[in-house]
Design a protein around this ligand. Structure first.
Ligand code: ATP
Ligand code: MG
Length: 597
């Protein structure tokens, strides 16, 4: 059940209490010793190992079939954060048991993003980077073990019959006619499956549990299916592949995971998780103590979809310009937009971890970003919608239109150690189009004929008029410099003005492409209740302007963060920005624009 959009319970995390209880129990010597063989392995491997140097073990187990999104960040920060806080190890494991959809490109991108978020899969001098396909041999051996123990059988019913005989919530299932085969018959059949003697879909290996179980997941779930497909890691070695529900618990146990944390939809799978691992431990294949599964509510962000399938659709159908489009909630997209790992971690920490799915307001994430960047992003001036301003008395005041009057301003108002930025004043400037009004609306304090304003970190000027084209559009504004009013010089404040405007001098302005983003969807819950999320795509989610930025930004490094005064936080685009071409993305405005609309 989804609860309505609400503010998070700050920091509450029920998993902490669970882990603290477990650690207490273990420290009292209750339960079997936790040994670790130094790498993933079976019962014998771990029994021969030392006491586990990691107090707990968690794992983040992505399927490498797409790019990570903000929902995954929740799971990553939870698993790696708990391991860090309790002296444990967090494993990064690629759940690559499905042969068809996985690619190296995604594996590389996932590693890069987990590291970008600030996490490491090293612990006590060991690297805990694993891939589930390395466990295929063990999984096969465990399946034979279950068959020999009479706990699994090969079912040759058609897919249709199997579905029918599974029953539903109100009707118990019906036993398969193949359920009573002997272990020897099953073993022979299973080996034929492995050896490629049967076609895809002709038979499956199933656990033998209980067709009348009230939990449908316990009605003899499938363990292995036939799939004549090449796997990105194991090539053509296998033509049978384990089902996720079978593979995942085994992966956890081989790696000695203590707390297997997953999202709520797996709650009904927990009885099978325990059934499977319990039996494999009894058969002597897996080490005690066994991992336990804990479920938490997934993170949903307002105005965002977090399903790889839907994100892929946005990319494939060209609604965005790729997985790293700055409007995408993928981590590559958010990084390109200018989100910092610190802000994402702060959002996750603050959002709490509970047993209900909840929606978090996007503005909370943006608030975390502002809190982070406010403190460290250097300031700069930029004009996004340029209008020419001509200073008609410039030569009179400064002696020549060639004279350049040096100006400066702090790089950050609260960090004098970051130094000063330098720029200069000349006879022609760029100002924002909205900072001039021929006929001022009520309460307007910026430029209009007869009014004086201060140019930020510069002089006071007085507007004298404007030039227009035949259509009546303003082409340029004319003003006079008021002498002896430069900011920071004696007597500069003698003339009082009500308005301060930002500017960049035309002689040194750096032309820049500036990308302004709005939310990608106009509905706060674009895909809730099976809605068509494409129906609420915002056609104006991207606006590109040709503006000007101050000269210091000529050397802005790709991916560097800035606050453009009045306009918000910006980042130099990590892909398109270069020494010869300035491209900035607006990460966020200075004030919340999400709650208000
Ligand atoms: P998707 O539905 O987008 O394909 P997934 O869950 O199938 O996501 P996996 O690669 O299997 O993707 O996910 C890796 C881990 O991330 C899983 O443990 C999953 O539960 C967790 N996860 C995915 N989405 C969220 C979310 N919105 N909130 C919290 N955890 C999530
Ligand atoms: Mg999945």
């Amino acid at each position: 059940m989804n609860s309505p959009v609400e503010a998070p319970t700050p920091g509450h995390n029920f998993l902490r209490a669970q882990i603290e209880r477990d650690l207490q129990q273990w420290s009292r010597g209750q339960g079997p010793e936790r040994r670790f063989g130094g790498s993933p392995g079976d019962a014998a491997h771990h029994a021969a190992g030392a006491l586990d140097p990691a107090k707990i073990r968690t794992r983040f187990p992505p399927e490498p079939n797409g790019y990570l999104h903000i929902g995954h960040a929740k799971s990553i920060c939870l698993n790696f954060g708990l391991a860090r806080d309790y002296g444990g190890a967090a494993h990064l494991r690629f759940d690559d048991t499905n042969p068809e959809k996985e690619e190296q490109e995604y594996v590389d991108a996932i590693k890069e993003m987990v590291a970008w978020l600030g996490w490491s899969w090293e612990h006590a001098g060991q690297t805990h980077l694993y891939q589930a396909s390395d466990y295929f041999d063990f999984m096969y051996r465990a399946a034979e073990g279950l068959i020999e123990a009479g706990l699994a059988y090969v079912d040759e019913q058609s897919a249709d019959d199997m579905r029918k005989n599974r029953g539903d919530f109100t009707t118990p299932g019906t036993d398969s006619p193949f359920r009573t085969r002997t272990p020897a018959e099953n073993l022979a059949r299973f080996r034929e499956m492995r050896d490629g003697q049967h076609a895809d879909g002709s038979m499956v290996l199933r656990a033998k549990i209980e067709m009348a179980s009230p939990n449908i997941n316990l009605r003899d779930p499938a363990l292995y299916r036939i799939k004549h497909a090449e796997h990105h890691a194991t090539g053509n070695k296998w033509c049978i592949y384990p089902m996720y529900t079978y593979a995942h618990p085994i992966e956890d146990a081989l790696e000695r995971i203590t707390h297997s944390i997953c999202t709520l939809e797996f709650e009904d799978q927990r009885p099978f998780y325990d059934w499977l691992l319990g039996h494999l431990a009894q058969l002597g294949l897996l080490a005690q103590p066994l991992p336990h599964q804990y479920e938490f509510g997934r993170l949903n962000l307002s105005y965002v979809v977090t399903s790889k399938r839907k994100l892929r659709q946005l990319v494939d159908e060209g609604h965005v310009k790729g997985w790293d489009d700055p409007r995408m909630p993928t981590l590559v997209g958010m990084r390109r937009r200018g989100y910092t790992p610190e802000s994402i971690r702060a959002m996750v920490d603050g959002s709490g971890t509970t047993k209900t799915n909840s929606w978090l307001e996007y503005s909370v994430l943006e608030g975390c970003l502002r809190a982070d960047l406010e403190a460290r992003a250097p300031r700069a001036m930029a004009v996004l919608d340029p209008l020419k301003l001509e200073l008609v008395n410039y030569a009179e005041v400064f002696g020549s239109t060639d004279f350049r009057d040096p100006c400066s301003a702090p790089a950050h108002p609260h960090h004098p150690e970051l130094g000063e930025r330098r720029f200069s004043f000349g006879p022609e400037l760029w100002i924002e189009r909205e900072d001039f009004a021929e006929v001022p609306p009520k309460g307007y304090h910026r430029l209009f004929p007869g009014n004086k304003v201060r140019l930020k970190a510069g002089h006071v000027i007085e507007c004298v008029g404007c030039t227009k084209n035949e259509a009546g559009e303003v082409l340029a504004v004319q003003a006079k410099v008021v002498p002896d009013t430069k900011s920071g010089t004696p007597g500069a404040d003698a003339i009082k003005v009500k308005g301060v405007i930002t500017w960049v001098a035309a002689h040194e302005a750096v032309a820049a492409e500036i990308r302004l983003f709005d939310r990608l969807f106009s509905d706060p819950q674009p895909d809730a209740g099976g809605k068509d999320f494409l129906a609420c795509l915002n056609p104006e989610s991207l606006r590109v302007t040709q503006g000007f930025v101050e000269p210091a930004l000529l050397d802005a490094a790709p991916a560097s963060h800035w606050q453009f005064e009045r306009h918000g936080y910006f980042v130099a685009d990590r892909v398109d920005h270069s020494a010869g071409r300035a491209v900035f993305n607006r990460t966020a405005t200075l004030k919340d624009s999400w709650g208000a609309k």
